[in-house]
Design a binder for this molecule. Structure first.
Ligand code: OVM
Length: 401
């Protein structure tokens, strides 16, 4: 079934996925939020949700709004996924053992053990940044950090990481948005990376003691099958790189645009985690995806037939003044950004977030301590993508403390 436009829902003729709106989505997001709890995206023939309350309710109700038909516009009930479904695009009961194994591997204890090596790399990276004075905060910081420390944590070979993981992520995340020319381009650029990623999901390729090897222990115990273990390592390598790369770049972007907030952070580096959370809210790396109705449902005045795709814009929900106040469009270190939807909500809420948060906290605490001031050193270049939001280049000048 597909939904149809109706009288109660405002029609939006605009395309959130065109170049202009991907470059600056926020004016359109504001119009969509103000037009009602749901809007009709004419171009995609789909209802879209941009307010905090409705996005949160949809994410929390995984029985009505399922993931197993895919979290992009493609409905797996009618069209096969581009690759076999995994933890993200599944529902209970299939989802449950996958989540159990993943949560059993990404424990507070296992994550805490990563801090020292994250810290060592952060110190080296900040040494280099300060030596240089001017640097690209994306290619010379944001992209390097997760590729190095998260790659090591999972336990994959260093050789080939950057060339494969970044284009692989951009390709995979493209499937969470419309299958347009941009999607096809990222798929073309990702060619060959699937083979590299899948070969490194095999148990014999993963270094002992790493997160990947720990996932395989759940296969030994019979909690998951070998196929499922392979797909969980695939999920680590699919979800754990680009998202954190963009989160680091976006946090830097927010702080470079707010010299006063950098000064506050420098004065008190223990505020790093608030700077990061507010950046996750203000410029969410993962902006939008889809759910599918498991049954006919009336939701905030919208009638949705069974097996209907709906679009969720978490990037808009996280700017909703109904939740975050009149200054929701501003980046404020002092704000309580908690509860934002950048990591989702409910049974699919990002299971890897403590690793991502630790990476960022370590890096930004080190930067905050040793860098007195940051300023733009050139025009940033946006990275246009159908579900991710971030920067391709972000030239920054730093002054040592
Ligand atoms: C994947 C995947 C898994 C979990 C999360 C995610 C947030 C992607 O395997 O593609 O994106």
């Amino acid at each position: 079934m597909t939904a149809t436009a109706d009288d109660v829902v405002a029609n939006i003729p605009d395309d959130p996925y065109d170049d202009a709106n991907l470059t600056d989505p926020y004016p359109l997001y504001a119009r969509m939020r103000d037009a009602g709890p749901a809007v009709w995206l004419e171009k995609y023939q789909v209802h879209a949700f941009t307010r905090f309350q409705q996005c949160r309710e949809i994410l929390a109700d995984h029985e009505t709004f399922i993931s197993g038909a895919g979290v992009g516009p493609r409905n797996y009930h009618h069209q096969p996924p581009w690759r076999p479904a995994g933890i993200l695009d599944s529902d209970p009961p299939m989802h449950t053992p996958l989540r159990t194994a993943m949560a059993g591997v990404i424990t507070p204890r296992n994550v805490r053990a990563l801090r020292t090596v994250f810290q060592e790399y952060a110190e080296r990276l900040v040494d280099e940044i300060l030596d240089r004075g001017e640097f690209d905060a994306v290619t010379e910081m944001a992209e390097l950090f997760p590729v190095e420390v998260f790659g090591n944590a999972v336990g994959i070979p260093r050789e080939g990481r950057a060339e494969n993981l970044l284009p692989h992520g951009a390709m995979n995340f493209s499937a969470f948005g419309p299958e347009d020319a941009r999607h096809d381009e990222y798929f073309a650029q990702g060619e060959g990376t699937v083979e590299w990623v899948m070969s490194n999901c095999a148990r014999e390729r993963l270094s002992p003691g790493g997160l990947g090897a720990k996932i395989w222990e759940y296969a030994d115990e019979g909690v998951i099958t070998s196929d499922e273990a392979t797909r969980l390592v695939r999920a680590l390598l699919s979800a754990g790189v680009d998202t954190t790369v963009f989160a680091i770049g976006n946090t830097m972007k927010c702080l470079v645009a707010s010299p006063a907030e950098w000064a506050n952070l420098h004065k008190n580096p223990s505020l790093a985690r608030f700077a990061i959370d507010e950046a996750l809210r203000h410029e969410s790396p993962f902006q939008s995806f889809f759910r599918t109705t498991a049954r006919e449902v009336d939701f905030h005045g919208v009638h949705l037939p069974e097996d209907t795709k709906i679009a969720l814009f978490m990037g808009a929900a996280n700017r909703d003044p109904r939740r975050f106040g009149d200054a929701a469009d501003e980046y404020r270190l002092a704000r309580d950004a908690s509860g934002h939807l950048a990591f989702g909500m409910g049974i699919h809420q990002c299971v890897g977030q403590p690793i991502s948060r630790l990476e960022m906290e370590v890096l930004f605490t080190e930067l905050a301590r040793r860098v007195r001031a940051v300023e733009p050193a050139g025009e940033p270049v946006p990275f246009l993508h159908n579900s991710l939001r971030g920067w391709k280049h972000l030239p920054v000048r730093v002054t040592a403390a």
